[in-house]
Design a protein around this ligand. Structure first.
Ligand code: TRP
Length: 348
């Protein structure tokens, strides 16, 4: 009886697994990232203990206008909250508000090899594109990212293809440290998120709708005004055939297929149902209909984000509370690390 009771206790007290992700404050959220990913994040909080932070320290590895970086950091946080990330159910904070990130980042730099950092494809790409500013931070970026993750003993890191290598390196660093000093860090696993709709550029449907494409006519942002969204959909490319009918054929009609994917993700309708709905109606009817559906879906999100951005006190409350909660966990890990590597225990 006694033993059984104990087992039940451990089951009942079993903690949720920790999931963590950093988001660089580089620009407005797009329809692509909303439908493809963020839309599904709200429900994650039921299953996981989720941490999301604005990776403003990582943003410093490229040159930014200071006022723009500050504004974007806060706007991005507001947009995520408006998309459904509940600040009560998730820990939302700014990376720079939890100084443990920079501190553990430094220490992990000393356990990350020059050769490893030299092999990172993102470093190679970024330094090729930005030859005039190949700074040390750009090079050691993955050590800070490892610190972000390991501070929270994260079980899962949801990552896209471009961050897989950094996650792999984080695991190597954690394993190396644990081998030297005994169990200190949880070795995190990459988490492949449930795939949402894959949304392509409206003007170039063979490439993904990108967050950092500056021109923006092929890209819809969640903060775009309704008239801009309407215009972008009216100008969306369809196809050059003469059939002019709404039919799902991603090989031959990638533009139409993309618009159908968007319409389907917004309305929940199947491709068959969409084909029937627009049978005989042509693109002149279809394109504005997709635009309208997107406008109505985004309207409450844009309005909510606008309200949050305008309410500075509320926004501040969100990231203050988030930073406090995050720091409680982060400082525990950092103290453990200080002790293990031989730093004198903090006197405060
Ligand atoms: N490097 C990530 C990116 O460019 C952002 C990031 C920083 C991150 N720290 C992280 C992602 C920790 C996941 C976990 O998108």
């Amino acid at each position: 009886m006694y033993k059984r009771g104990n087992e039940m206790d451990t089951i009942n007290n079993e903690k949720k697994k920790v999931m963590l992700s950093g988001i660089k404050p580089t620009g407005d959220l797009t329809l692509g990232s909303y439908l493809g990913a963020i839309k599904n994040w709200a429900e994650r909080a039921e299953q996981f203990d989720c941490y999301y932070f604005m990776a403003d320290l990582h943003a410093l590895t490229t040159r930014n206008d200071p006022a723009t970086l500050r504004r974007r950091t806060l706007e991005q946080l507001a947009q995520y909250v408006a998309c459904g990330l509940d600040p009560q159910k998730n820990t939302l904070f700014l990376q720079s508000d939890v100084h443990e990130h920079a501190e553990l980042g430094w220490i992990l730099n000393c356990y990350t090899m020059f050769g490893e950092l030299s092999r990172m494809t993102q470093f190679k790409d970024k330094s090729a594109k930005n030859a005039e500013n190949i700074n040390g931070g750009l090079f050691t970026y993955p050590a800070l990212m490892a610190a972000d993750i390991l501070l929270y003993q994260a079980d899962y890191v949801p990552v896209g293809e471009d961050q897989k290598q950094h996650c792999e390196l984080t695991r190597d660093i954690a394993i190396r440290f644990n081998n030297l000093y005994g169990e200190t860090f949880k070795v995190p696993e990459p988490y492949v998120p449930k795939v949402g709709a894959r949304i392509m550029d409206l003007l170039d449907p063979t490439s993904k709708m990108s967050k950092s494409d500056e021109i923006g006519n092929g890209r819809v942002c969640i903060m775009d005004a309704p008239e801009d969204i309407a215009r972008k959909f009216k100008r969306a490319v369809t196809d050059s055939d003469t059939e002019h009918c709404v039919r799902y054929d991603p090989q031959n009609k990638p533009g139409v297929a993309n618009l159908m994917s968007i319409y389907s993700a917004v309305t929940g309708e199947s491709f068959d149902a969409i084909e029937r709905e627009f049978d005989g109606k042509g693109y002149g009817v279809f394109k504005p209909a997709v635009g309208d559906a997107v406008i109505e879906m985004l309207r409450p999100i844009r309005e909510e984000a606008g309200r949050i951005i305008a309410d500075k006190a509320y926004l501040r409350e969100i990231y203050t509370d988030g930073a406090h909660r995050a720091q409680r966990i982060a400082s525990r890990t950092l103290r453990k690390v200080y002790k293990k590597v031989g730093l004198v225990e903090k006197p405060f």
